[in-house]
Ligand binder design. Sequence first.
Ligand code: TRP
Length: 460
Amino acid sequence: MVGDGGIDPWSSDGETDYNRIVNQFGLEKVDPTLLPNPGMLHRRGIVFAHRDLDVAVRCIRDKAPLGVLTGLMPSGRMHLGHSMVIEQVKWFQEQGADVTVAVADLEALATRGTSLSEGRKTAIEEYVLNYAALGLDPSKSNVYFQSTRPEVQRLGFTLGRRTNLSEFESIYGFSGETNLAHVQAPLVQVGDIVHPQMDEFGGLRPIVVPVGIDQDPHLRLTRDIVGKTHWFNIKQRKSGGLTVSLSVQSDNSAIFGVGSGGRVNRETRDEIFSMISESIRSLGFADFSINPKHGIMEIPGATNADKSQIRIKLLELERSLGGLGFMPPCSTYHRFASGMTGGKMSSSKPETTIFMNDSIEIMAKKVKRAISGGKSTVEEHRREGGDCTKDISFQYLQFFFEPDDSAISEIRKDYESGRMLAGEMKQLCVHKAGEWLTDLAEKREMWKDRLDEFLASDSM
Ligand code: TRP
């Protein structure tokens, strides 16, 4: 199933043109120099794009509340590809964010026929166990199940009113034959992404969702829907400054002073604008011009950089008046590591990836068979050097196993100059991957009886 742009969240391919994606979907490129303590994946350009990451970064700098949300499909075994999102989640957690993990057991049921009880077992014993081993901190992590968190499902319904079948056809490539559970799954995911902002799950705050690029359709859908629920719109003015305007909808028209005949009640309208001014004044702005009749307020001194602060204030106001008051989610996107035999990694083709609990022997065998960037003879290799862009062992060192940037650049230099041979590169990868897997196995052993610490109270 492929919607617009050829990205399908249920089957993504390995050969992706990342620049095209950035342009086509209006993503921003990640600039690691703008991040506090950039992580390995940021420094190496592996986390390459984002939406509104600056909003999350601002929370980190200001020590303001920030949430990070991720979701897992509880089917199959966890492999290297899955670990990249956790690396990112961990980074946000280290910068002070709280972590919510959605077990997509309803989605797995809908799209893969995984029963809920099977999904639960896989989620805990395979995924949560490895998340713990990878270093997520249980005191700041909450794992929940889609099937047992009614607020998420309720939100799916509430927000589902803001989209329709045609939009689903164009985003996801759904057609008349698509089973309806599959159609519901994206709405549940919208609920996953948005619900940590509810008062009972941590309250209004930006939520950042690190994902592979294949999940972007869900983020676009969520941002689009959330935007439609806003009672106040904020736009940049051509002449500088920002404009706040009322978005009159059936659930707020009385509150906004719109009578049944469309007549504007001046007193109610004035009251709304005095509330708006007051909340924006609390940020230090004093210069406004208000046109209550047209439902518009100009803030000439505000810039785009003030937008998220103003947004949060207005969402607080929206909530106090009875609206939903949700921020659009922020997101980051990582590149996919190539499959070991070319093409993409896939749980159903074990030779394409390394599983978190592969034995050293199995891992070594996979690395030996993996695609290499070496030349066909030693002489040629010494003369022309190896190709890091094709070499899986190099790529995996860079993506997963070698945290030291200077070691990576040494390895690259040695390989490209021909000093290091393809076999030596594989040896190095086997060695580093071996240490990595051994460490992970030890940590799994440490955590295996403590996984309850990661579960939210509605997941016990
Ligand atoms: N659809 C995701 C997957 O296929 C799983 C998922 C469910 C998810 N809810 C989410 C991912 C929320 C990120 C955020 O893996």
